[in-house]
Design a protein around this ligand. Structure first.
Ligand SMILES: CC(C)[C@H](C(=O)O)[C@@H](O)C(=O)O
Ligand code: SF4
Length: 487
């Protein structure tokens, strides 16, 4: 054993090397392969044509998320022919190749990046892949998790291995206490705003520092989820007591003696003191605020207290042009206060922010209020389990009473692959991770925010600063004075 201090990434990487052929990418072993309906049909077809089997069906888990309608009645009668075909193809493939599928109607169905962790399938130290860029979410557990393309999906299905160039390492430490009203989503939007959408290209980010340590697993997943939006190959956070506490007792987590042994192994994963990273960045948590994206890439963000930026002040000519184009698409004028931008739609959901804690945070804001008359708002739990839990806590009623739609789990309005889409020109406050042109429907305009900020925007009818928003107090006052009047 060598004494060289190692990073979390290096430890997981080294434990999974199968072969290191000279001059070629390293062949690594894959512990867990997550599968959904969009990126798997051709991969299974490739296997079929080659007469091959799935090498380790017990290391694959499939679900349907991207294409599923979120209105109950529509889920069993999917009108869109491409969606219906992708879902039925996944069913046939899972049956033929012996892969577990959490289908529509099952208690485990949900967004693939929500169900892996909540079922205890995702574990520290694992290598995890999925034909989906937001696989980085699972890195919150100290796993090396990244998205792959469809031909790679086929390779992993056939061999349970993957050739991979070794990425570089990038430590981002967020130190200090997070101010009130500032969430994990704001941390990651701030990071992407700072380093840009290609700021971490070729790197695996390790998020560290006291502000990260203090986050729940839900918050950590939100951050790792968006690593890809900074160009990173993956994002990781060292496992600790919070990780173990989250996993303990989950369906596929080890039990009894196996649990103790696993925790012992997982406890060896955190980066050793003195380990070297290729790059490092330190962020002072006290400087963070709630953010809103104003443009058409997740790097185009600004503090809620700011105005829409002026392209003339961009750093480069290329930036100026992309800012101008973004403002045109978003129908925004430089100098407009972000708080004055009205919204038509609000979407609380997606693999970034559809977990129980996200819904609790949004419900706290929504409780006792009404969605603005000109806004249509929806809450889409990330999984059946999140939905059940939220309903057990009465959150569904809070949302429904406030005028939000309460839906069935799926990717929903995160991307335009199912019936939940924006109409051209509609403006949406969204807790998802991408605000590209047309992402939520052709001509739709997306502003990325935290669940708290989204819920507050739904009620106010425009963006507001949740830290100072008087909505809650005012409403309480109104209620009091009307009670007095009755008496
Ligand atoms: C459809 C899928 C391939 C895609 C991805 O890889 O991320 C989707 O999940 C997304 O968020 O854009
Ligand atoms: S919720 Fe959105 S980002 Fe996540 S997997 Fe689905 S489409 Fe991709």
């Amino acid at each position: 054993m060598s004494d060289t201090p190692k990073t979390l990434f290096e430890k997981v990487w080294e434990q999974h090397i199968v072969a290191e052929p000279a001059g070629e990418p390293t062949l690594i072993y894959i512990d867990l392969h997550l599968i959904h309906e969009v990126t798997s049909p051709q991969a299974f077809e490739g296997l079929r044509l080659a007469g091959r089997k799935v090498r380790r069906p017990d290391r694959c888990v499939a679900t349907v998320d991207h294409n599923v309608p979120t209105i109950l009645a529509d889920r069993f009668n999917i009108v869109d022919q491409i969606a219906a075909k992708q879902i039925s193809t996944l069913r046939e493939n899972c049956k033929e190749f012996g892969v577990e599928l959490y289908d529509i109607g099952s208690r485990e169905q949900g967004i693939v990046h929500v169900i892996g962790p909540e079922l205890g399938i995702t574990k520290p130290g694992m290598t995890i892949v999925c034909g989906d860029s937001h696989t980085s979410t699972h890195g919150a557990f100290g796993a090396l998790a990244f998205g792959i393309g469809t031909s790679e999906v086929e390779h992993v299905l056939a061999t349970q291995t993957l050739p991979q160039g070794k990425p570089k390492t990038f430590r981002i430490a967020v130190e200090g206490e997070l101010p009130k009203g500032v969430t994990a989503k704001d941390i990651v939007l701030a990071i992407i705003g700072k380093i840009g959408t290609d700021g971490a290209t070729g790197h695996v980010i390790e998020y560290a520092g006291s502000a990260i340590r203090s986050l729940s697993m839900e918050g950590r997943m939100t951050i790792c989820n968006m690593s890809i939006e900074a160009g990173a190959r993956a994002g990781m956070i060292a496992p600790d007591e919070i990780t173990f506490e989250y996993l303990k007792g989950r369906r596929f987590a080890p039990k009894g003696e196996a649990w103790d042994k696993a925790v012992q192994e997982w406890s060896k994963l955190p980066t050793d003191p003195g380990a070297k990273f290729d790059r490092e960045l330190i962020i002072d948590a006290a400087t963070l605020v709630p953010y809103v994206s104003w443009g058409t890439s997740p790097g185009m963000v600004a503090p809620i207290t700011a105005v829409v930026p002026n392209p003339a002040e961009a750093q480069s000519e290329a930036d100026r042009r992309s800012f101008e184009r973004a403002l045109e698409y978003m129908d925004l004028k430089a100098g407009t206060l972000l708080e004055e931008i009205p919204v038509d739609r609000v979407f609380i959901g997606s693999c970034t922010n559809s977990r129980i804690e996200d819904l609790r945070a949004a419900a706290k804001i929504a409780r006792g209020h009404k969605v603005s008359t000109h806004v249509s708002a929806m809450v889409v739990p990330g999984s059946m389990q999140v939905k059940e839990q939220a309903e057990a806590e009465g959150l569904d009623l809070v949302f429904k009473e406030a005028g939000f739609d309460w839906r069935e789990p799926g990717c929903s309005m995160c991307l335009g692959m199912n019936p939940d889409i924006l109409s051209p020109g509609e403006r949406c406050a969204s807790t998802s991770n991408r605000n590209f042109e047309g992402r939520q429907g052709r001509g739709g305009r997306t502003h990325l925010v935290s669940p708290e900020m989204a819920a507050a925007a739904a009620i106010a009818g425009h963006f507001v600063d949740v830290r100072t928003w008087s909505g809650l107090d005012e409403a309480d006052e109104i209620q009091m004075s009307s009670t007095e009047a009755v008496n």
